[in-house]
Design a protein around this ligand. Sequence first.
Ligand code: HEC
Ligand code: HEC
Ligand code: HEC
Ligand code: HEC
Ligand code: HEC
Ligand code: HEC
Ligand code: HEC
Ligand code: HEC
Length: 499
Amino acid sequence: MLSLETKRTIIAVLSFFLLAALLIVGYIEGKRHIPGSKPAIAISDGNKKCVECHSQQSNASTAVAQWKESEHAIKGVGCIECHGADEDDIDAFSHYQSTIATIVSPKDCSRCHKQEFAEFQRSHHAQAGKILGSLDNVLAEVVEGSTMMHGNAVATSGCKQCHGSIVEFVRDEDGNVMKDRNGIVMIDPETWPNTGIGRLNPDGSLGSCAACHNRHYFSVAQAREPDDCGKCHLGPDHPQYEIYRESKHGINFIAHKDEMNLDAKPWIVGKDYISAPTCATCHMSATPNQPVTHDVGERISWTLRPPISEKVDAPDIKAGRETMPWEERRQNMQDVCFQCHTKQYVQSFYKQYDDVVNLYNDKYGIPTTAIMKKLKAEGMITADVAFDDEIEWIYFYLWHHEGRRARMGASMMGPDYTQWHGMYEVAERFYVEFVPEVKHLISEARAHGNAGGAARVQALLDETLSSEMHKWYLGRMSPEEKAARDKAKAEFDKRYAGD
Ligand code: HEC
Ligand code: HEC
Ligand code: HEC
Ligand code: HEC
Ligand code: HEC
Ligand code: HEC
Ligand code: HEC
Ligand code: HEC
């Protein structure tokens, strides 16, 4: 019989060995990377307390859980590497013996990702916060909402969530940044939360890397998904996401998603995947001949945004700035296409695309813009207040919604956006609303003693409508064109009459 004393000792010794064995196994599991298993994560001493405490906070414990799944955790990049701040940073605060900031700007990421930072800063994306004062900003701040009351609500929760806010802080009367009772710096709620693509950060850097790299996974696979760009690139005025979903590229992506190898590093089109391109493939990712770029403008040749499209390098050339010529950008994109298509296929596609852009410009963009300018110059609509005249809304729909949709549909193989959501609506807007409204303004001007203005606008309208592409509307189609149409109609009728 063993004494109670001895039994206790044996249990204690056994427990010790069991514990030691568990610890050793745990340590090995943690350190050794078994192929196919998850790699170990590294938590430095500086980060231990952040991780421990924050994983117990019901608020934002997900930050830790997601971070633990990230490439950063494997490489030992912890909370403090991103949130750490210098004491004299405007948003720095002392937090459990560490000096940190809540905002993590592209400049913070640039300590380790210099190249991505440099490319992103020079891109159009980084400039997207500077829309204040643009035509559509009048819409958000004056027409739809108000800057005078309710926190500029439309711009704050609308425009700026995509374009970016100017991050500001709550300040006392002396202009000092205020802290809450836990010592946390108070960020102005009109300006944050915000991950707009062109956010203006307190340290002067532009944008937010988290616009595409959702925290705290910061995963490349997620950024390669079309949905990633789809937060912003959708809707009536820039439906790239919907266009992509309509296109065969989008169809094949959905059908073959499990063959897309989305978390491969590197991820080279034609080598690591062949089924379909995503937004990232065409605009950012590597090809056998090109590295990844964080400047999404390096592969596009037209800008499809303004009332009249021009080549993307035109504004730089006008301003005398050095720039990548549009031909080179187009070659960069075609190099992506060539990984899956032949030369003839790709070049013929570009011919189809250019034709739509040029048609929209020549038939609608250029003449409507000229007429709008003339109406203002002749005092027939107000020149200094936007959106108070009906024709301004008509014109805005024509270029900003429908005209963009047509051009964008053609650029990314979405025929429904080119036709029914696009040129059909442009034409209806032009013939059924724009032209009658111009006529109405002409008769108003005549009735109110502006006969000169009325005559000059009438002349411009006549010139537009009697031009080659519009004269059908006046019943003046050329005899050849008329004969060809009649012949086509007769053949159509015959085919569908069933004999
Ligand atoms: C002892 C617990 C504890 C420790 C240690 C700790 N935190 Fe926190 N942290 C909190 C609490 C509590 C909050 C406030 C949560 C809330 O208001 O919902 C917070 C808030 C934050 C915020 C958000 C502030 C904001 O603007 O809302 C950040 C970022 C943050 N912590 C990062 C860190 C980092 C980095 C470390 C390590 C250097 C760290 N924390 C260590 C408890 C802790
Ligand atoms: C790779 C950089 C990076 C790392 C590593 C990182 N963060 Fe963050 N964190 C961010 C970014 C970016 C934001 C968004 C802030 C902004 O808008 O600028 C953020 C926001 C936060 C917030 C506020 C967000 C919310 O939803 O309430 C908390 C809290 C936070 N981080 C805690 C942590 C903790 C704890 C860790 C470590 C486990 C950590 N972070 C690691 C980049 C990082
Ligand atoms: C202290 C250095 C450091 C900081 C700061 C940092 N990173 Fe990283 N990041 C790394 C390292 C190391 C890797 C591992 C891959 C590599 O070597 O490039 C990585 C990888 C990544 C990846 C690829 C992840 C994957 O799935 O392969 C992304 C995306 C990324 N970082 C984004 C960011 C963003 C955005 C920020 C700022 C919010 C940031 N990083 C801040 C060091 C850092
Ligand atoms: C859903 C996200 C989103 C919202 C909300 C949004 N935009 Fe945009 N905006 C975009 C995208 C994406 C583009 C670029 C479209 C493209 O390149 O085809 C853009 C383009 C623009 C442009 C053209 C910039 C240029 O370089 O030509 C202006 C100006 C603009 N937006 C202003 C605004 C204003 C003002 C508001 C609010 C009334 C607003 N946007 C709301 C996403 C958004
Ligand atoms: C417009 C969306 C977008 C923004 C904004 C963005 N990235 Fe990326 N990033 C991506 C995509 C997509 C990839 C994957 C590219 C590929 O296919 O390999 C990527 C890849 C990366 C990688 C992996 C290495 C590489 O270059 O392939 C790092 C690191 C990275 N980004 C850092 C950043 C940093 C830092 C910022 C902010 C300065 C940033 N990114 C902003 C979309 C974005
Ligand atoms: C947070 C919102 C947002 C996200 C996410 C976003 N974009 Fe954009 N993008 C914009 C805005 C806004 C513009 C217009 C910028 C301007 O001209 O002021 C734009 C412009 C562009 C342009 C035109 C660039 C040029 O030089 O004219 C391309 C191409 C583009 N984005 C591709 C992408 C791709 C691909 C992704 C995903 C990997 C993406 N964007 C993710 C908001 C976003
Ligand atoms: C098959 C390749 C391909 C895919 C996939 C693709 N694009 Fe494009 N994208 C293009 C081409 C080609 C153009 C026109 C380029 C030119 O003008 O030379 C373009 C133009 C654009 C523009 C510029 C519009 C402007 O205002 O000037 C934006 C923004 C854009 N794409 C975003 C996206 C987004 C977001 C996705 C995914 C939802 C996407 N693209 C998917 C090839 C692609
Ligand atoms: C990763 C491979 C891949 C890349 C890269 C790619 N495509 Fe495609 N593309 C496809 C596949 C697959 C189809 C569907 C073929 C079919 O019609 O069955 C397709 C279809 C098309 C179509 C026919 C659309 C239709 O509705 O019939 C056009 C046009 C096209 N691609 C042009 C381009 C252009 C231009 C680029 C570059 C900007 C490009 N593709 C890049 C794989 C790719």
